[in-house]
Design a protein around this ligand. Structure first.
Ligand code: PRF
Length: 376
């Protein structure tokens, strides 16, 4: 069985496909909830699977390496067993999290030396170390060790960083070739395109990554503060170069409208902390627009949390009740809002997929995007 089968390509670049992993299939385009520390924050595995209907979740090398650590991970038999999640998992390689979380860090050709955000202890991540940790975690899909430069960055700095990411890719692939999987199922490796918002660098990087011949490819370095039109422009340019027959993963994107536009540009997989992080702050995404749950205007609104929502929380609780929970700073507020947002994101990509299969994706997207962006 192929790892990736495309079922239908629409009028433009959008496509509907299926990923086949040893932990089950994933229908694409797909959104992947982020489970950084072996937990999708505030949400039970049972809810992620049965209510939210997630088909694959993310774990993070950086966090899991620091805690619980790889001794525990290997003794557990990998992340699937440790967290009792038997569907597919993807792990990010750690580089991006080192940049965004650890206070002090030092880059070199060898790798990144950093201080743990937990206890200040010093560690070194190299491409080889990241691969070794990702073998111990045992995700179905694992990522190359890359550097994501901040936005904006000078051309020369971006080029230098991108060239190093390409050299690191070679080291990742050499290590993977010599070190097989630990747990008896297949792990698929995805390299990452960098190059910030410079078209010529993105073209070089996409060609290098395509040339690597991996089973899937990712686009990094976006959604880091650049304007939305730049995100779309670069995604469009890069998906023109990455091989059509392999899945394309856009890392860390984004809002519901970013997700639909990216699907329209040929992206198959996305992840973002936005649905869970914003939920914890009271921001709900719906088919009618964005809701601030803490707003006074919901105080006596006893209508369902989201009348078009697919999850049980949408029908079983009122806006007034969930607002009350937020105002009272109850844990349950964060839990209900996270379940709602993740279920909405999964419904969004499911409906997008149906429109791709029906052949009217672009027409549908253009009509729904302005609605999704509304503030209610
Ligand atoms: N690289 C890696 N992980 C990432 C990114 C990246 O560039 C991004 C950028 N949006 C999110 N997560 N390895």
């Amino acid at each position: 069985m192929n790892f990736f089968n495309i079922e239908k390509t629409s009028e433009g670049k959008a496509r509907a496909g299926v990923l086949n992993t040893d932990h089950g299939t994933v229908q694409t385009p797909i959104f992947m909830p982020v489970g950084t520390v072996a937990s999708v924050k505030t949400v039970h595995q049972r809810e992620i699977k049965d209510d939210i209907k997630a088909q694959i979740i993310l774990g993070n090398t950086y966090h899991l390496y620091l805690r619980p650590g790889m001794e525990v991970m290997e003794a557990a038999g990998g992340l699937h067993k440790f967290m009792n999640w038997d569907l597919p998992i993807l792990t990010d390689s750690g580089g991006f999290q080192v940049f965004s979380l650890s206070g002090t860090r030092k880059m070199s050709e060898e790798g990144v030396k950093f201080k743990s955000h937990i206890d200040g202890s010093v560690h070194l991540f190299t491409p080889e170390k990241s691969m070794e940790i990702q073998r111990q975690i045992g995700a179905d899909i694992f990522m190359a060790f890359d550097e994501c430069v901040a936005y904006p960055a000078h051309y020369n700095q971006v080029k230098k960083s991108m060239d190093m990411t390409h050299r690191w890719l070679k080291r990742c692939m050499d290590w993977n070739e010599q070190n097989p999987e630990l747990y008896g199922y297949k792990q698929r490796f995805f390299p990452i395109v960098q190059g910030s918002t410079y078209s010529d660098l993105r073209k070089i990087s996409a060609e290098v990554i395509a040339e690597a011949g991996a089973e899937g490819n990712a686009i990094g370095g976006l959604s880091v503060g650049e304007p939305e039109d730049e995100l779309y422009r670069i995604t469009d340019e890069v998906t023109d170069i990455l091989p059509k027959e392999k899945p394309r993963y856009l890392m860390g994107v984004g809002t519901p409208w970013n997700i639909l536009e990216s699907i329209g540009l040929g992206i198959d997989m996305m992840d973002c902390v936005m649905p869970t992080r914003n939920a914890r702050n009271g921001m709900l995404f719906t088919w009618q627009g964005v809701i601030n749950m803490k707003n006074e205007k919901w105080k006596k609104d006893f209508s369902p949390l989201d009348e078009f929502g697919t999850s049980f929380v949408d029908q079983e609780y009122s806006k007034a009740y969930v607002r009350h929970l937020f105002v009272s700073k109850e844990y349950l507020a964060k839990q209900i809002a996270s379940i709602h947002n993740l279920a909405f994101y999964l419904d969004l990509v499911k409906v997008a997929r149906e429109h791709i299969l029906a052949g009217d994706f672009y027409q549908w997207k253009d009509s729904i995007v302005p609605v999704l962006r509304q503030r209610l």
